[in-house]
Design a protein around this ligand. Structure first.
Ligand code: DC
Length: 230
């Protein structure tokens, strides 16, 4: 059982750049407060991945739009991950190549618009949602918004540590890739990565994950959004 009880239908937005630890923190917080967690990056990754497989141009709004229409009727997005054609394909979406494709298709306004309705529908019953535009666009009325960040070097170091077991790139190459990804996510015209005016920033560069989660729990409790479970 969770240590905390969340208010019915509570939505919590966690945004931040690649490698800021959003996913890990969102999962831990979800466990503490008993809410489902939805990683919206997976949706963009799915679009990017299928576009790569089907050789659809990553900057062709028209082709991507048709592809997303097809995907919306064939995916099942659950707390256990994304099921596509009956198979949980979440793990296959985590590669760097798919992340890069996701960042490119995410720059297409039509793709974002089509995925918006699905995200809002899923949030209706209450959830923790992590992404880039959750506090600003997807759930602007969420009663708790966090913007999680860390220095580019620390974010690259975390990603590099994950990749090096698979014989991945050098730390310097990961720093460069992350800078490019940041730039694309921040500079796109439609729903760029930016902090909502009412979001609380947490810089995790020198913090442990547990401390980040504790800080979030403190905010939620002070706002009366969670209470200690009986
Ligand atoms: O969080 P991630 O690395 O899995 O996200 C992959 C890409 O998807 C990222 O480069 C930006 C994009 N994205 C987005 O534009 N909006 C979101 N809400 C989530 C992800």
């Amino acid at each position: 059982m969770s240590d905390w009880q969340a208010k019915e239908g509570l939505t919590i937005a966690i945004d931040g750049p690649s490698g800021s630890g959003k996913g890990t923190v969102a999962k831990m917080l979800a466990k503490e407060v008993g809410l489902p967690v939805l990683d919206t990056g997976l949706l963009y990754r799915l679009v990017g991945s299928v576009a790569l497989t089907r050789a659809v141009a990553l900057d062709s709004a028209e082709s991507l739009s048709g592809l997303v229409d097809g995907l919306l009727v064939s995916i099942d997005w659950t707390v256990d991950g994304i099921f596509f054609e009956g198979e949980n394909i979440t793990a296959s979406l985590r590669s760097e190549q798919v992340g890069e494709a996701a960042s490119r298709v995410a720059a297409q306004p039509l793709v974002r618009e089509k995925l918006l309705g699905l995200q809002r529908l899923i949030a209706q019953a209450g959830c923790i949602m992590d992404g880039r535009d959750i506090g600003t666009v997807v759930l602007p009325d969420a009663p708790a918004k966090f913007f999680l960040t860390a220095s580019v070097r620390e974010r690259a170091r975390r990603r590099w540590a994950q990749l090096k077991d698979q014989g991945g790139s050098s730390l310097e190459a990961v720093v460069d890739e992350l800078k490019m990804r940041d730039q694309r996510d921040q500079e796109r015209q439609h729903a760029p990565l930016c902090q909502a005016a009412d979001a609380i920033t947490i810089d995790s560069t020198t913090m442990r994950v547990d401390d980040v989660v504790d800080r979030m729990l403190g905010v939620l409790e002070r706002r009366g959004l969670i209470q200690a479970a009986a």
